[in-house]
Design a protein around this ligand. Structure first.
Ligand SMILES: Nc1ncnc2c1ncn2[C@@H]1O[C@H](COP(=O)(O)OP(=O)(O)O)[C@@H](O)[C@H]1O
Ligand SMILES: [Mg+2]
Length: 353
């Protein structure tokens, strides 16, 4: 064992990335950042009645789900007498930071039976790896609710996989709750994702109840660690950083990118869920030729966000300039936009003097 282990330091070479794809289904856990979320600790903003309304609707949904489960457990003959329909799927739409993932996780945390939480990318990895039917069978046999965070519509191939998944899961007793993933545009306005969603999923839209949440980004109420001093080196900040229950890890950007190429993105949680803080040395912009590396990096940031990991990086550029404009405006602009927004929440940039 590495002597650093005792100091709460983890080295990227010591991480065991060998988990199997089945772990996505078997772990099915709410991500660390959202483990404590409940409907009760979602505090609706009085200025936006849709927040209280969302909470009320989800409470009703939970009750319906519990009732449906009770009936399903009765012998077949009785369940015909007590015919209770399966509750509708739910699509949670709303601007960034109003608590969609909080509410999604609250359902998973409060539902007394089994639910699975998957980010949309994880769902796509599963479907790409197995046959769609097998994924649907496996999930519907094990879980009553599948919670899908950030249903992505911008990549047509991925969106199609998600839509086919919903079509198939609708034949089972399993219910889907999905959140939208649209970020506000620079002007602070956005078209509701729900219109695109309904357009893309066509007739399947009827199987969804939609809950639209308005409001302000809750994150501005949350405290954030601020490192104002830029004359300290990343190494010294790393040394003095006190990791909580997990470890801290420092890695050079090029080495990190190399590692990310070697392993399948569904395994990135092996890194992200085992550390409190990640320190990236010599962060630099992704050029327009480095789309694949950039996408891997955005996926890493997504998992670090779910893992509630603090990110520190030293760079010569601004955090908003780490993606070439062609990447920021290209096909994957939602993923990249989300990455930048998550980085600005969880990240601290140490600009080099
Ligand atoms: N009304 C609320 N009450 C309590 N916590 C909230 C509320 N809204 C958001 N949060 C918290 O703010 C953070 C961002 O919320 P999140 O669910 O990630 O937003 P979204 O998914 O809509 O972008 C999370 O830590 C979440 O727990
Ligand atoms: Mg979210």
């Amino acid at each position: 064992m590495n002597s650093n282990t005792n100091l709460g330091i983890l080295s990227i070479d010591d991480i065991d990335f060998s988990t199997s794809i089945d772990s996505l289904i078997d772990s099915n856990a709410i991500p660390p950042k959202f483990k404590m979320c409940t409907l009760d600790n979602y505090y609706p903003d009085r200025d936006y009645p849709s927040q209280e309304e969302a909470k009320r609707k989800l409470k009703i949904f939970l009750k319906q789900m519990e009732d449906f489960k009770k009936i399903k457990r009765k012998p077949k003959i009785l369940s015909k007498v007590f015919k209770t329909k399966k509750p509708k799927n739910i699509y949670l739409d709303g601007v960034f930071g109003v608590g969609k993932t909080h509410l999604l996780s609250a359902i998973g945390n409060e539902y007394k039976h089994k639910s699975a939480f998957l980010s949309f990318s994880e769902l796509v990895y599963l479907i790409a790896f197995y046959r769609l039917r097998d994924v649907v069978m496996e999930l519907s046999n094990k879980f009553d609710i599948v919670l899908i965070d950030e249903f992505e519509l911008d990549d047509p191939g991925d969106a199609m996989m998600g839509i086919n998944f919903i079509r198939e899961i609708n034949y089972t007793d399993c219910v889907v709750i999905a959140t939208s993933n649209t970020l506000p545009s620079q002007l602070g306005e956005r078209k509701l994702d729900i219109f695109t969603f309904k357009e893309r999923i066509g007739k399947l839209a009827n199987s969804f109840d939609t809950i639209i949440i308005d409001g302000k980004d809750y994150r501005i109420n949350l405290k954030k660690i601020k490192f104002n001093s830029t004359n300290k080196s990343i190494e010294s900040i790393f040394k003095s950083y006190k990791a909580g229950g997990k470890k801290k890890l420092i890695v050079d950007f090029e080495k990190l990118i190399e590692k990310l190429r070697e392993i399948h993105p569904f395994r990135y949680t092996q890194l992200s869920y085992n550390i409190d803080a990640l320190f990236i040395e010599n962060l630099r912009p992704f050029s327009s030729e480095e789309l694949m590396d950039a996408l891997r990096f955005t996926h890493l940031i997504d998992t670090l966000y779910y893992g509630d990991v603090e990110i520190f990086a030293n760079a010569k550029c601004d955090i908003f300039d780490i993606f070439h404009p062609d990447l920021k405006e290209g096909k994957f602009k939602t993923k990249i936009g989300r990455c930048l927004s998550r980085l600005s929440e969880k990240g601290t940039l140490i600009t080099q003097n």
